[in-house]
Design a protein around this ligand. Structure first.
Ligand code: 13P
Ligand code: SF4
Length: 303
């Protein structure tokens, strides 16, 4: 077992030498969140990636998030500590499948959830994250829309905006563990608690929420409410961030089984390796990057 203190010392020394910034998603391992320069949701992380002066970004998240950082900042070296940390939902649709779908609906615009590959984003008109999906679709309310890849986020938007969309059958396997039965069991146990649910959860689970929000939205809601007990319907890594920032409150996970195995692949040892070897670098063909960037820029413009 490697000495954790020594690994952290080495990470700190190298991050200075390399002029690197370490970004971590809210679902990362507690020890990775602890050493990160910034912890946040997909939207917050891409904003940080775009505005940092650092020459090297060590991106502790899943692959599409590191790709998004590269799309926005190709002049920086974007590294992912474990390049096998993919997002199964993002891999549920390919660019070829999306092209076929567009052929069936020639008049439709495509909105892609940021949890998609760069190849898919390049075939897309607008991008969105869980934090701004409602705003993006609201601006396109009169258009025929294809929404990919998350059928649950798509259904949630449709319900809120009363807007029909052509949905792809993608979903997050981790968020399927947040069932209505599990939420009801926690509500019965903690009758005064508020329920926060991520929109990647099933529609019947979202229907039980006091607030449906992105992971950063969870932090904002928990800070602004006077309620002391909160039931958390998302990946368990979220509890690290919430408990650290609000130690006086009680956070109850809907399911301890809601673990994203890919988010947990970026260990401290791999962060150190990443800084030592400057690997694994995330790069994209320039044409794909530019086309994907257009969809992200349109999101930023309208959201
Ligand atoms: P957020 O953008 O809300 O952090 O969600 C990303 C994600 O992958 C959730 O599963
Ligand atoms: Fe993808 Fe789900 Fe993991 Fe988020 S939690 S990265 S959607 S598999």
């Amino acid at each position: 077992m490697a000495d954790i203190k020594k690994i952290i010392e080495d990470i700190n020394k190298l991050r200075k030498e390399r002029k690197a910034v370490i970004l971590a998603h809210n679902y990362q391992l507690p020890e990775v969140q602890e050493i990160a320069d910034f912890v946040g949701d997909s939207l917050g992380l891409s904003r940080q990636a775009a505005k940092t002066d650092a020459q090297v970004i060590v991106f502790c998240g899943v692959y599409f998030m590191a790709e998004t950082a590269y799309i926005l900042s190709p002049e920086k070296k974007v590294l992912i500590p474990d390049s096998a940390s993919g997002c199964p939902m993002a891999d549920m649709i390919t660019a070829k499948q999306l092209r076929e779908l567009k052929t069936k609906h020639p008049g439709a615009l495509v909105v892609a959830y940021v949890n998609s590959t760069a190849d898919v984003k390049a075939e897309t008109d607008y991008c969105c994250t869980s934090a701004n999906a409602i705003n993006v679709v609201a601006k396109l309310i009169d258009k025929e829309l294809i929404f990919v890849p998350d059928k649950y986020l798509g259904s949630y938007i449709s319900k809120i905006l009363k807007k029909e969309m052509i949905l792809w059958e993608g979903y997050c396997p981790t968020h399927l563990n947040i069932t209505p039965e599990a939420i009801m069991a926690k509500k019965n146990e903690y009758p005064n608690a508020k329920v926060l649910i991520h929109p990647e959860c099933r529609s019947d689970s979202c229907a039980l929420a006091d607030e449906v929000a992105s992971t950063e939205g969870f932090v904002r809601y928990a800070k602004s409410t006077s309620v002391k007990e909160l039931i958390i319907g998302t990946e368990v890594g979220m509890l690290t961030r919430l408990r650290k920032e609000l130690p006086e409150k009680t956070f109850i996970p809907v399911s301890e089984q809601a673990i994203c195995p890919n988010m947990k692949k970026n260990t401290l040892e791999k962060v150190l390796w990443s800084l030592e070897e400057l690997k694994t670098e995330v790069v994209l063909p320039e044409l794909i990057r530019l086309k994907a960037k257009k969809a992200i820029d349109r999101m930023v413009e309208i959201a």
